[in-house]
Ligand binder design. Structure first.
Ligand SMILES: Cc1cc2nc3c(=O)[nH]c(=O)nc-3n(C[C@H](O)[C@H](O)[C@H](O)COP(=O)(O)OP(=O)(O)OC[C@H]3O[C@@H](n4cnc5c(N)ncnc54)[C@H](O)[C@@H]3O)c2cc1C
Length: 470
């Protein structure tokens, strides 16, 4: 069949692109390998309990600041109920619990109990970052990627608050560590900030570009984090509804195995069942490694393009433990997101982010239950294992993660109703993320922003979106 636009991938990015185009009246087909849309933001059911596959803490919904998702739903004229987490989350760090209050002075009080000598530096640092965030992000919201920003509009914004913009742009090529060094003398506090950058961007402060970290540190408090009422399925389902109600098509359980060229330009796709579809434009939302390594024919790409893609360093592979537990396992002070830090001075497999979405949304499991997800890095290889060894390794991994959770939820083992694990292989199988890398290529200094895949490609009929891009 012929479409105006073919979208490869029905994760959040592909669904966003497809729904906006369908709303504009274009005839769009969105193709995904999985049986239901969502990608890393999908969900699955066991009995009556709903588990989010991956994403459970969503950003970009605030009234002010970075709020791209809110903007999207306004464009689509769709309503959605998002539950705002009262507190962004808490970090169990070095025997203490640090809560991320929306109110920055209160948060500084909390962090100062860990680093008493750094209180004044914290006040100065957050004061400066807040001013910059207000001038650059809140007063001049931009809903496009940096490579697509209109130069005239950018200049106008710059002239409005020149000092803040110059400061912001000076952070483009320095690390978060260099930025923090201007404020903090106690090296131990860098380890704390390391945990924040690794949760959000999967990088250390040394790797993290200051331009991204400076926004994220403040957005944590101003923008907040959210959960779609009824699970992440409500979010992806709302986008799917817009696509279908506007006459466009969702194609599930079909993998695009090749992008076909017509007169030197991408003009169609070949699916795994041998079907061919053509389109005027194609949008690809999968990984950059698969795009240049598998989907684009070798004779249409250059060695330079392929080796550039190959060199993009992946974020670490993850494991996810999905558990359903008796309600009493979770105490009243538990937040919907809690980060359990193993070692303050290093990232190891003891470091787990626990999502307990049923704290805020009581509709996703029975009254006497809670859902606890544990997500953490997995450093050992899962590739060479045969089926038996793989199942064995999964069992061991469940035990290992339960032991980590047990430190926070001591009665979890006795009150466990269901436990299952997604390994990096599972993540790859369901989302086509190479090696189970959680979030595409690392947003690492030297590999960030303009150095990533741009929205436009070298062909004017092929566009990209999603976590591999700028
Ligand atoms: C376990 C986990 C937990 C996470 N937690 C959070 C969180 O709490 N908060 C947060 O902000 N982010 C989180 N993330 C990251 C976030 O989920 C992703 O960055 C985001 O959802 C990516 O959306 P995307 O559309 O770019 O890609 P994806 O979600 O990866 O979607 C890409 C889709 O394209 C499909 N696809 C790719 N290639 C093809 C092809 N050739 N043919 C057919 N289909 C194809 C895949 O099947 C997939 O469905 C998490 C990620 C993981 C894995």
């Amino acid at each position: 069949m012929h479409f105006d636009v073919l979208v490869i991938g029905a994760g959040l990015s592909g669904l966003s692109a497809a729904s906006l185009l369908a709303k504009r009246g274009l005839n769009v087909a969105t193709i995904d390998k999985a049986y239901c849309p969502g990608g890393s933001c999908g969900a699955f059911k066991r009995g009556d309990a709903i588990f989010d596959q991956g994403s459970s803490m969503l950003f970009g919904w605030g009234e002010k600041g970075f709020n791209a998702h809110r903007f999207l739903f306004n464009c689509l004229e769709e309503s959605i109920t998002m539950i705002q987490h009262e507190l962004l989350y808490c970090v169990h760090y070095d025997g203490r619990k640090v809560r991320f209050f929306p109110d920055i002075p209160r948060f500084i009080d909390e962090v100062s109990t860990l680093f008493p000598g750094q209180r004044e530096s914290l006040v100065r640092f957050y004061g400066d970052m807040q001013t910059m965030y207000q001038h650059v992000i809140v007063e001049n919201p931009s809903y496009t990627t940096p490579d697509e920003v209109d130069k005239k509009a950018a200049l106008k914004s710059l002239l409005h608050h020149p000092l803040s913009y110059i400061r912001f742009l000076s952070y483009l090529n320095i690390s978060a560590k260099t930025l923090l060094s201007k404020y903090f003398t106690d090296k131990a506090i860098f380890n704390f900030f390391d945990k924040l950058t690794s949760t959000y961007c999967y990088v250390t402060v040394e790797e993290s570009p200051a331009i991204l970290a400076s926004v994220m540190f403040v957005d944590n408090h101003v923008g907040g984090s959210y959960y779609p009422a009824g699970s992440t399925l409500s979010l992806t389902g709302a986008l799917e509804k817009v696509i279908e109600q506007n006459g466009s098509t969702m194609m599930a359980e079909r993998e695009v195995v090749s992008i076909l060229f017509n007169q030197g330009k991408p003009g169609g796709v070949l699916l795994d069942d041998g079907t061919v579809h053509t389109a005027d434009q194609i949008i690809y939302s999968g990984t950059v490694w698969n795009l240049y390594g598998k989907l684009l024919p070798h004779n249409e790409t250059t060695e330079q393009q392929r080796s550039w893609a190959q060199k993009q360093e992946p974020t670490y592979p993850s494991v996810v433990l999905y558990t359903l537990v008796d309600k009493d396992v979770v105490d009243e002070l538990t937040l919907a997101v809690e980060m359990l830090v193993g070692r303050p001075d290093a990232l190891d497999e003891q470091e787990v982010t626990a999502y307990i979405p049923s704290v805020d949304d009581r509709t996703i499991c029975a009254d006497d239950e809670h859902i606890i997800l544990a997500i953490g890095p997995s450093f050992g290889s899962w590739d060479a294992l045969d089926q038996k060894a793989y199942q064995q390794r999964k069992k061991q991994e469940i035990e290992r993660l339960l032991a980590v959770l047990e430190k926070r939820f001591p009665s979890i083992r006795e009150h466990l109703r269901h436990a299952e694990l997604a390994s990096p292989r599972t993540i790859q199988r369901f989302t086509l993320k190479n090696g189970g890398a959680v979030a595409g290529p690392k947003q690492k200094l030297g590999n960030h922003m303009f150095k990533r895949q741009h929205i436009r490609t070298d062909w004017d009929t092929l566009f990209c979106c999603g976590e591999s891009t700028i």
